[in-house]
Design a protein around this ligand. Sequence first.
Ligand code: GLP
Length: 268
Amino acid sequence: MKVIDAADQARFVAAAAEVVRQRAAARPDLAMTMPTGRTPIPLYRHLVALGERGAFSLDHATIFMLDEYLDLPTFPDGSFVAFLREHLGPLVFNGRTTVHELAPREDAQDLRAYDALLDGVGGLDLAIVGVGRNGHVGFNEPGSRDDERTHVVELSADTVEANFARCASRATRAITVGLADLRRAKSVLVLVSGPGKEQVVTQLVDRRRLEEVPVTHLVDHPDVTVVVDRSSLGSRTDEISRGRATQSKGELTRDEGHREAVEWCPPH
Ligand code: GLP
Protein backbone atom coordinates (compact mmCIF):
# COMPACT_ATOMS: atom_id res chain seq x y z
CA MET A 1 0.00 0.00 0.00
CA LYS A 2 1.33 3.39 -0.98
CA VAL A 3 0.29 6.38 1.14
CA ILE A 4 0.69 9.91 -0.21
CA ASP A 5 0.19 12.39 2.59
CA ALA A 6 -0.40 15.60 0.64
CA ALA A 7 0.15 18.84 2.54
CA ASP A 8 -2.48 20.78 0.65
CA GLN A 9 -5.27 20.43 -1.84
CA ALA A 10 -3.11 21.19 -4.89
CA ARG A 11 -0.72 18.35 -4.03
CA PHE A 12 -3.66 16.05 -3.25
CA VAL A 13 -5.17 16.70 -6.67
CA ALA A 14 -1.84 16.34 -8.46
CA ALA A 15 -1.08 13.00 -6.78
CA ALA A 16 -4.54 11.57 -7.41
CA ALA A 17 -4.63 12.81 -11.00
CA GLU A 18 -1.27 11.20 -11.68
CA VAL A 19 -2.58 7.78 -10.61
CA VAL A 20 -5.64 8.19 -12.84
CA ARG A 21 -3.53 9.46 -15.75
CA GLN A 22 -1.10 6.53 -15.51
CA ARG A 23 -3.86 3.90 -15.35
CA ALA A 24 -5.76 5.48 -18.25
CA ALA A 25 -2.57 5.78 -20.33
CA ALA A 26 -1.76 2.11 -19.73
CA ARG A 27 -5.29 1.05 -20.67
CA PRO A 28 -7.47 3.67 -22.43
CA ASP A 29 -10.45 1.28 -22.31
CA LEU A 30 -10.22 0.84 -18.55
CA ALA A 31 -13.26 0.13 -16.37
CA MET A 32 -13.41 2.34 -13.33
CA THR A 33 -15.56 3.69 -10.52
CA MET A 34 -15.76 7.42 -9.88
CA PRO A 35 -17.14 8.32 -6.44
CA THR A 36 -19.37 11.16 -5.31
CA GLY A 37 -18.88 13.36 -2.27
CA ARG A 38 -16.99 16.54 -1.59
CA THR A 39 -13.65 14.74 -1.70
CA PRO A 40 -13.27 14.16 -5.47
CA ILE A 41 -14.66 17.53 -6.62
CA PRO A 42 -11.27 19.27 -7.03
CA LEU A 43 -9.86 16.19 -8.78
CA TYR A 44 -12.80 16.12 -11.18
CA ARG A 45 -12.44 19.84 -11.87
CA HIS A 46 -8.79 19.23 -12.71
CA LEU A 47 -9.49 16.23 -14.96
CA VAL A 48 -12.28 18.06 -16.78
CA ALA A 49 -9.93 21.01 -17.38
CA LEU A 50 -7.26 18.64 -18.72
CA GLY A 51 -9.90 17.08 -20.97
CA GLU A 52 -10.92 20.47 -22.32
CA ARG A 53 -7.29 21.14 -23.24
CA GLY A 54 -7.04 17.77 -24.98
CA ALA A 55 -4.52 16.53 -22.41
CA PHE A 56 -6.70 13.76 -20.91
CA SER A 57 -9.54 11.60 -22.15
CA LEU A 58 -11.85 8.90 -20.84
CA ASP A 59 -13.57 8.49 -24.21
CA HIS A 60 -12.77 4.76 -24.37
CA ALA A 61 -13.34 4.09 -20.66
CA THR A 62 -16.29 2.42 -18.97
CA ILE A 63 -17.47 4.21 -15.84
CA PHE A 64 -19.39 2.34 -13.17
CA MET A 65 -21.35 4.32 -10.62
CA LEU A 66 -20.14 3.34 -7.18
CA ASP A 67 -23.36 3.98 -5.29
CA GLU A 68 -26.75 5.70 -5.41
CA TYR A 69 -29.40 6.70 -2.92
CA LEU A 70 -32.69 4.83 -2.74
CA ASP A 71 -36.02 6.49 -1.87
CA LEU A 72 -34.68 10.03 -2.39
CA PRO A 73 -37.88 12.11 -2.60
CA THR A 74 -36.25 14.69 -4.86
CA PHE A 75 -34.75 12.22 -7.38
CA PRO A 76 -33.01 13.00 -9.70
CA ASP A 77 -32.12 16.18 -7.81
CA GLY A 78 -29.67 15.38 -5.06
CA SER A 79 -28.90 11.97 -6.54
CA PHE A 80 -25.42 10.68 -7.21
CA VAL A 81 -26.02 10.43 -10.94
CA ALA A 82 -26.95 14.13 -10.94
CA PHE A 83 -23.74 14.83 -9.03
CA LEU A 84 -21.63 12.95 -11.56
CA ARG A 85 -23.35 14.65 -14.49
CA GLU A 86 -22.65 18.01 -12.90
CA HIS A 87 -19.01 17.39 -12.04
CA LEU A 88 -17.88 15.07 -14.83
CA GLY A 89 -20.24 16.05 -17.64
CA PRO A 90 -17.85 16.87 -20.49
CA LEU A 91 -15.41 14.14 -19.52
CA VAL A 92 -17.76 11.15 -19.28
CA PHE A 93 -21.36 12.17 -20.10
CA ASN A 94 -20.26 13.06 -23.59
CA GLY A 95 -21.79 10.36 -25.78
CA ARG A 96 -18.41 8.61 -26.16
CA THR A 97 -17.60 7.22 -22.72
CA THR A 98 -19.69 4.26 -21.55
CA VAL A 99 -21.40 5.03 -18.25
CA HIS A 100 -23.27 2.42 -16.23
CA GLU A 101 -25.75 4.03 -13.87
CA LEU A 102 -27.30 2.44 -10.81
CA ALA A 103 -31.08 2.61 -11.10
CA PRO A 104 -32.51 3.86 -7.80
CA ARG A 105 -34.77 0.89 -7.09
CA GLU A 106 -34.54 -2.29 -5.08
CA ASP A 107 -34.68 -4.99 -7.70
CA ALA A 108 -32.69 -8.22 -7.43
CA GLN A 109 -32.50 -8.58 -11.21
CA ASP A 110 -31.05 -5.08 -11.55
CA LEU A 111 -28.41 -5.84 -8.94
CA ARG A 112 -27.33 -9.08 -10.60
CA ALA A 113 -27.35 -7.35 -14.00
CA TYR A 114 -24.94 -4.75 -12.63
CA ASP A 115 -22.66 -7.52 -11.37
CA ALA A 116 -22.85 -9.09 -14.83
CA LEU A 117 -21.75 -5.78 -16.38
CA LEU A 118 -18.78 -5.72 -14.00
CA ASP A 119 -17.95 -9.32 -14.88
CA GLY A 120 -18.39 -8.56 -18.57
CA VAL A 121 -15.46 -6.13 -18.52
CA GLY A 122 -13.35 -8.52 -16.44
CA GLY A 123 -13.83 -6.52 -13.24
CA LEU A 124 -12.67 -3.02 -12.43
CA ASP A 125 -9.28 -1.87 -13.64
CA LEU A 126 -9.31 1.12 -11.29
CA ALA A 127 -11.58 1.57 -8.29
CA ILE A 128 -11.51 5.18 -7.16
CA VAL A 129 -13.21 5.50 -3.78
CA GLY A 130 -13.74 8.22 -1.21
CA VAL A 131 -14.09 7.45 2.49
CA GLY A 132 -16.81 8.34 4.96
CA ARG A 133 -15.77 9.47 8.42
CA ASN A 134 -16.84 6.04 9.76
CA GLY A 135 -14.59 4.38 7.18
CA HIS A 136 -17.30 3.46 4.68
CA VAL A 137 -16.33 3.06 1.01
CA GLY A 138 -19.05 3.52 -1.55
CA PHE A 139 -21.87 2.74 0.86
CA ASN A 140 -20.20 -0.34 2.32
CA GLU A 141 -20.88 0.55 5.91
CA PRO A 142 -19.22 -0.90 9.04
CA GLY A 143 -20.10 -4.58 9.21
CA SER A 144 -19.87 -5.11 5.44
CA ARG A 145 -18.43 -8.40 4.25
CA ASP A 146 -15.67 -8.89 1.71
CA ASP A 147 -17.77 -11.23 -0.42
CA GLU A 148 -20.64 -8.79 -1.03
CA ARG A 149 -21.34 -7.61 -4.54
CA THR A 150 -23.80 -4.92 -5.64
CA HIS A 151 -26.41 -4.67 -2.90
CA VAL A 152 -28.90 -2.55 -1.01
CA VAL A 153 -27.77 -1.08 2.30
CA GLU A 154 -29.37 0.67 5.24
CA LEU A 155 -27.23 3.73 5.84
CA SER A 156 -25.70 4.07 9.27
CA ALA A 157 -26.98 6.87 11.49
CA ASP A 158 -23.57 8.51 11.22
CA THR A 159 -23.70 8.52 7.42
CA VAL A 160 -27.23 9.98 7.33
CA GLU A 161 -26.08 12.63 9.80
CA ALA A 162 -22.93 13.37 7.79
CA ASN A 163 -24.79 13.63 4.48
CA PHE A 164 -28.16 15.12 5.42
CA ALA A 165 -28.20 16.53 8.97
CA ARG A 166 -29.74 19.86 8.03
CA CYS A 167 -31.48 18.89 4.81
CA ALA A 168 -35.23 18.84 4.29
CA SER A 169 -35.08 15.62 2.23
CA ARG A 170 -32.98 12.64 3.12
CA ALA A 171 -32.39 9.05 2.15
CA THR A 172 -31.71 6.26 4.59
CA ARG A 173 -31.04 3.49 2.07
CA ALA A 174 -28.72 3.15 -0.89
CA ILE A 175 -27.30 0.76 -3.47
CA THR A 176 -23.56 0.20 -3.54
CA VAL A 177 -20.97 -1.78 -5.43
CA GLY A 178 -19.70 -4.28 -2.87
CA LEU A 179 -16.32 -4.85 -1.29
CA ALA A 180 -15.86 -8.00 -3.41
CA ASP A 181 -15.61 -5.91 -6.58
CA LEU A 182 -13.48 -3.21 -4.96
CA ARG A 183 -11.08 -5.80 -3.55
CA ARG A 184 -10.67 -7.56 -6.88
CA ALA A 185 -10.08 -4.33 -8.84
CA LYS A 186 -6.65 -4.32 -10.45
CA SER A 187 -5.83 -0.95 -8.85
CA VAL A 188 -7.47 0.95 -6.02
CA LEU A 189 -7.19 4.68 -5.40
CA VAL A 190 -8.47 5.76 -1.98
CA LEU A 191 -9.06 9.50 -1.59
CA VAL A 192 -9.27 10.86 1.94
CA SER A 193 -10.30 14.45 2.51
CA GLY A 194 -12.52 16.30 4.94
CA PRO A 195 -13.09 16.91 8.62
CA GLY A 196 -13.75 14.06 11.01
CA LYS A 197 -11.46 11.66 9.13
CA GLU A 198 -8.28 11.92 11.21
CA GLN A 199 -9.00 8.55 12.81
CA VAL A 200 -9.56 6.88 9.44
CA VAL A 201 -6.23 8.26 8.23
CA THR A 202 -4.47 6.89 11.33
CA GLN A 203 -6.10 3.50 10.82
CA LEU A 204 -5.07 3.40 7.16
CA VAL A 205 -1.51 4.45 7.87
CA ASP A 206 -1.33 1.60 10.41
CA ARG A 207 -2.02 -0.78 7.51
CA ARG A 208 -4.04 -3.07 9.74
CA ARG A 209 -7.37 -4.54 8.79
CA LEU A 210 -10.15 -3.59 11.21
CA GLU A 211 -13.42 -5.47 10.74
CA GLU A 212 -15.56 -2.46 11.61
CA VAL A 213 -13.71 -0.04 9.29
CA PRO A 214 -14.52 -1.05 5.70
CA VAL A 215 -11.77 0.97 4.02
CA THR A 216 -9.16 -1.02 5.96
CA HIS A 217 -10.41 -4.12 4.12
CA LEU A 218 -8.43 -2.70 1.19
CA VAL A 219 -5.04 -2.37 2.92
CA ASP A 220 -3.88 -5.82 1.81
CA HIS A 221 -4.69 -5.09 -1.84
CA PRO A 222 -1.61 -5.58 -4.07
CA ASP A 223 -1.99 -2.19 -5.80
CA VAL A 224 -3.65 0.35 -3.54
CA THR A 225 -2.71 4.02 -3.31
CA VAL A 226 -4.11 6.18 -0.52
CA VAL A 227 -3.96 9.94 -1.08
CA VAL A 228 -4.72 12.15 1.91
CA ASP A 229 -5.37 15.89 1.85
CA ARG A 230 -3.84 16.61 5.24
CA SER A 231 -4.92 20.26 5.13
CA SER A 232 -8.61 19.29 4.94
CA LEU A 233 -8.84 17.24 8.10
CA GLY A 234 -9.85 20.28 10.19
CA SER A 235 -13.22 21.96 10.18
CA ARG A 236 -15.53 21.99 7.17
CA THR A 237 -16.36 25.61 7.97
CA ASP A 238 -12.69 26.49 7.45
CA GLU A 239 -12.81 24.65 4.17
CA ILE A 240 -15.83 26.56 2.96
CA SER A 241 -14.39 29.86 4.01
CA ARG A 242 -11.39 29.06 1.80
CA GLY A 243 -13.85 28.49 -1.04
CA ARG A 244 -12.93 24.85 -1.47
CA ALA A 245 -16.18 22.90 -1.20
CA THR A 246 -18.20 24.43 -3.97
CA GLN A 247 -21.48 23.13 -5.27
CA SER A 248 -23.33 25.02 -7.93
CA LYS A 249 -26.61 23.21 -7.31
CA GLY A 250 -28.32 22.34 -4.08
CA GLU A 251 -27.91 24.38 -0.98
CA LEU A 252 -24.86 24.87 1.18
CA THR A 253 -26.01 25.41 4.73
CA ARG A 254 -23.73 26.92 7.30
CA ASP A 255 -23.67 27.07 11.06
CA GLU A 256 -20.59 28.85 12.28
CA GLY A 257 -20.53 27.12 15.64
CA HIS A 258 -20.62 23.54 14.38
CA ARG A 259 -17.62 21.51 13.31
CA GLU A 260 -19.60 19.54 10.72
CA ALA A 261 -21.35 22.67 9.63
CA VAL A 262 -21.83 22.42 5.91
CA GLU A 263 -23.76 19.94 3.80
CA TRP A 264 -24.98 19.68 0.29
CA CYS A 265 -28.73 19.35 0.44
CA PRO A 266 -30.96 18.22 -2.39
CA PRO A 267 -33.09 21.16 -3.51
CA HIS A 268 -36.67 21.01 -2.23
C1 GLP B 1 -20.68 9.36 0.67
C2 GLP B 1 -20.51 8.38 -0.49
C3 GLP B 1 -19.12 7.90 -0.60
C4 GLP B 1 -18.19 9.04 -0.30
C5 GLP B 1 -18.29 9.39 1.15
C6 GLP B 1 -17.47 10.58 1.58
O1 GLP B 1 -21.72 9.05 1.50
N1 GLP B 1 -21.34 7.24 -0.45
O2 GLP B 1 -18.90 7.34 -1.87
O3 GLP B 1 -16.87 8.66 -0.58
O4 GLP B 1 -19.62 9.46 1.58
O5 GLP B 1 -18.08 11.80 1.27
P1 GLP B 1 -17.28 13.14 1.33
O6 GLP B 1 -16.26 13.08 0.26
O7 GLP B 1 -18.31 14.21 1.08
O8 GLP B 1 -16.66 13.24 2.69
